[in-house]
Ligand binder design. Sequence first.
Ligand SMILES: C[SH](C)CC(=O)O
Length: 270
Amino acid sequence: NNKEKLGSQVNYTITGIDAGAGIMSSTQTALKSYGLDKDNWQLQTSSTAAMTSTLDKAIQDKRPIVVTGWQPHWMFTKYPIKFLKDPKNVYGKAEHINTIVRKGLKTDKPEAYKILDRFHWTPAQMSKVMLKVNDGMDPEKAAKQWIKANPKLVGEWTKGVKKVHGQSLKMTYVAWDSEIASTNVIAQVLRNQGYKVTIQAMEIQPVWASIATGAADAQVSAWLPKTSGLFYKDYKGRFDDLGPNLNGAKVGLAVPKYMTNINSIEDLKN
Ligand SMILES: C[SH](C)CC(=O)O
């Protein structure tokens, strides 16, 4: 019955994703700054896949649930969920996702540097690729399809750049749906330019380390200013920041729309 406190209806649990993700440390901060930790609310670590399947089951049973949420992501199109207002601005207003490359890339792989520097697309374009992958399509195939369907935009990224031969490129990324999409698209564009591109999925902290040590050439998983802010600070000076490849992202807590009386993180204490 909804007389019972919301917290007890969801076992005082926020369903999260992989522990290293910035959204998880932002949520730990939110638990404290909204005083939720006083009611011993917990943040559950799992993975994007586990979080979305838990969300799916809760929505099928029309049960209350609180998840870490972000845009662009297909969860907002597939499920009737809404962001909770964040009056203390713990999660920040908007996020952008930056392209971060190894120092020295500009001199030893200028063609790749130029294409990576120009790479920029919208949440709607990214979501097209994400939804294909979510429907079961191989990410590389989804990337090829999107590239074929968007010759004008891709042409802006590669205009005037020479083809290369016999050069390889290494990209690292985190297996969040957004970065599976963006990494596969830009990797395929670079393959079409002649590079032998390998991409490797790992946790977010090793992604930043791989660029700083030069083990990898580029990553497009840098959610900023908040979510990857700590890594940006830790590795400052040991990477080149080529700026956003996507603007208008958003991070926060989300609940199903049928939780009509829960519209702010403050309401979780009801
Ligand atoms: C895709 S998640 C919002 C990114 C992160 O939490 O670092």
